[in-house]
Design a protein around this ligand. Sequence first.
Ligand code: F3S
Length: 284
Amino acid sequence: MQVLLADEYGFCFGVERAVEMVEQALDEGATVRTLGPLIHNTQEIKRLEAEGVATINAPADVAPGETAVIRAHGVTPEVQRELEGRAERVIDATCPFVTKVQKLAERAAAQGRDVVVVGNPDHPEMIGVRGYAPQHAHVVRDASEVASLPPLHAPLVVSQTTLKLSTFLEAADAVRLKADSEPQIVNTICSATRDRQDAARALAGHVDAFYIIGGKHSSNSIKLLSVCREQCAQSFLIETPDEINAEDLRGARRVGVTAGASTPNWLIEQTLARLREIGAEEQA
Ligand code: F3S
């Protein structure tokens, strides 16, 4: 039995950077508090908790002397200021791709223009971006929601970083009908999610079983599972290697492995080791 890893898997750039920033602060002896869970992976959160990192729900929960971490999704400028007022030190782990959306929105709002952000209005990333253009931002899920917007002045159209491209382009088209001039359309979708899905899709047709390592509630991991299932019925979303059932691998000659953007390397290594135990020979 061969184990084949997808070409792209595991931590995206922004998540890896955020975890590294937290680890560095721990090394320096800081008492670290993250505003919201640092990443969507229970096992990694537990590991960080064991190292002393705690999750807080509001800036008011920061005690004097503590280091507060802004996670990769980013926050509003108000929340950032509040953290800065309370914490000994604030580590801004906002993913640079998210910072770009925030800055674009802020600049357009300062010019008095409308800002249409295509994404999930309840997602922390969108709440943060809206805070950079408070009187000007309109967050819409898709083209159908653009119809209910008021007339738009010189709009900027940007997207949530994890959005599907077709949803963004359709919404941007719909904005044209509402705008008093040609909108400025900036595709701010990050390629990390798509790259992981493309790599899983490319492998799924060539394996007898596929393991997707990721949180059961992680949306990018669930999407990876459905991409793999399209071509490989024996595809399984697992959080830990204990969930691998050797019976499922009976007769399998090739096994695919991928992992969501919040799955740490150590968990991927443990899974590969478990597959090796079951008789797998890893192939790069
Ligand atoms: Fe950043 Fe893209 Fe990851 S926006 S946090 S690199 S999914």
